[in-house]
Design a protein around this ligand. Structure first.
Ligand SMILES: [Zn+2]
Length: 354
């Protein structure tokens, strides 16, 4: 029997059967409704894990549409995911790619493919999302903000390679040294980016198209400019294209660029794949949500322990329009993660947005 070849309808039928059958099986335990509910949840989770393995929600189809998870979610699972990971609709989760380092992504609307723009987040990435706030709510909040609402510190990019993830830094340093030796006039315009600055850039860009969880915040991306950085100049464009082609071939192509060497909506962005923390499956995510729920009953302040990375900054404040006043960012939830490897955001064609 081949589970993975079953139609989703068939899988749902089995789950429905299981859910309707479970109370009958457990009728003898009517005196212990909590145990019964737990048993039902556990049975449901086990069945869904079997019926919807990772490869059923991995990557994108040939039209660029993410393979969203088709697994049904119980009310309890939905509650946990909303509360601890800001997910309003778990049916918009999918795995970034088929590689061993793939991680769960969440779209705040369904991506129809064909270059349509949707907002995508790495699940569990630290960000300026507040405790209990969903990603959708964060987007609505950012739309009410103006660049002037952010502290001055976020206006200046960090250009120090020392701010990179220590595991990624040597590769970037090697690449830059080799590029300059090869005659490329390249300069660093941004390295590590705090989630606050990421949010600032999003708000500056209209808050409509963005990735709020950039690889810059994980310390695995650098924005590089060639020559005077003016792509309207034929000469600069040619030199930059040559540099990007050179990067694509450096050390067996270990660095990732956005788009093609001569065609991109984000020319400066160079990132080192891998090394980014994330959740590898829906089951792993649900398990983390359950653990966070248990933890939160003991220490509510830490119930949002859904951030996978260490905080690198903290205590910054962002002013919010309207009556909300100043909203402090709780330390420990500050550091963001990935830039979306699969999505295109043409509106962010200015340097330094991915
Ligand atoms: Zn970038």
């Amino acid at each position: 029997m081949q589970w993975t070849k079953w139609r989703p309808d068939g899988r749902r039928a089995i789950l429905t059967l299981l859910l309707t059958a479970t109370p009958a099986v457990g009728a003898a335990q009517a005196a212990a409704p909590v145990s019964l509910a737990l048993a039902t949840e556990t049975g449901f989770a086990a069945a869904t894990a079997l019926l919807y393995p990772r490869d059923t929600y991995t990557g994108r189809d040939p039209d660029g549409v993410p393979c969203y998870v088709e697994r049904p979610f119980s009310l309890e699972e939905r509650r946990l995911l909303r509360e601890h990971f800001g997910i309003e609709e778990p049916g918009r989760l999918y795995l970034s790619d088929s590689g061993p380092g793939a991680y769960l992504m969440y779209d705040t609307e369904r991506d129809p493919g064909a270059g349509h723009l949707v907002r995508t987040y790495r699940v569990g990435a630290g960000s300026i999302r507040r405790q209990g706030e969903t990603w959708e709510e964060l987007e609505r909040r950012l739309r009410t903000m103006r660049p002037g609402d952010f502290p001055a510190a976020v206006r200046n990019p960090n250009t120090s390679l020392a701010s990179l993830d220590p595991a990624a830094r040597p590769a970037f340093e090697r690449m830059l040294r080799a590029a300059r030796r090869a005659g490329h006039r390249v300069r660093v315009v941004e390295v590590h980016r705090s989630p606050e600055r990421q949010a600032y850039l999003l708000v500056q860009g209209g808050g409509l198209t963005f990735t709020a969880t950039s690889k810059h915040s994980a310390g695995r991306a650098v924005d590089l400019v060639v020559g005077d950085g003016n792509l309207r100049k034929k000469r600069t464009r040619a030199r930059w294209t040559a540099f990007r082609r050179w990067v694509a071939g450096f050390e067996a192509g270990r660095f990732r660029l956005i788009g093609e060497p001569g065609k991109s909506w984000d020319w400066p962005h160079v990132e080192l794949p891998g090394g980014v923390l994330g959740y590898r499956s829906v089951e792993e995510l649900l398990d983390a949500a359950s653990r966070a729920a248990i933890h939160s009953t003991h220490d509510p302040a830490r119930s949002g322990a859904t951030s996978l990375a260490r905080p690198r900054s903290g205590g910054d404040q962002i002013r919010h329009h309207g009556s909300a006043g100043w909203a402090a960012l709780p330390p420990g939830r500050i550091r963001a993660g990935r830039g979306d490897a699969g999505s295109a955001y043409p509106a962010l064609a200015r340097p330094g947005y991915q």
